[in-house]
Unconditional design. Structure first.
Length: 102
């Protein structure tokens, strides 16, 4: 995913909420939550879009959003950052995070 797509997501004023996963290939916790994000994407269907951003391939993005650790999950609603979660989560924690903001 390119930083242009992130700009598009964060600038969007309509459509469904977007959960962006900021990750890196070398990040163990990132690899742990990847399958959970796939499950959540299927579980939430049309209510949520899940996107992934490799921070090593898009180095300007972490600075723009103040990302200091990965994995970082950012939920955008109506083009605005609605919530952020840093670190690996269980599926229960992830769904609780999402349900609290959707």
């Amino acid at each position: 995913m390119s930083s242009e797509l992130i700009k598009h997501i964060s600038d969007a004023k309509s459509g469904k909420p977007v959960l962006v996963d900021y990750w890196a290939e070398w990040c163990g916790p990132c690899k742990m939550i990847a399958p959970l994000l796939d499950e959540v994407s299927k579980d939430y269907g049309e209510r949520l879009q899940v996107a992934k951003m490799n921070v090593d391939e898009n180095r300007e993005v972490p600075a723009k959003f103040g990302i200091r650790g990965i994995p970082t999950l950012m939920l955008f609603k109506d083009g605005q950052l609605a919530a952020t979660k840093v670190g690996a989560l269980s599926k229960a924690q992830l769904t609780a995070f999402l349900d609290g903001h959707l």
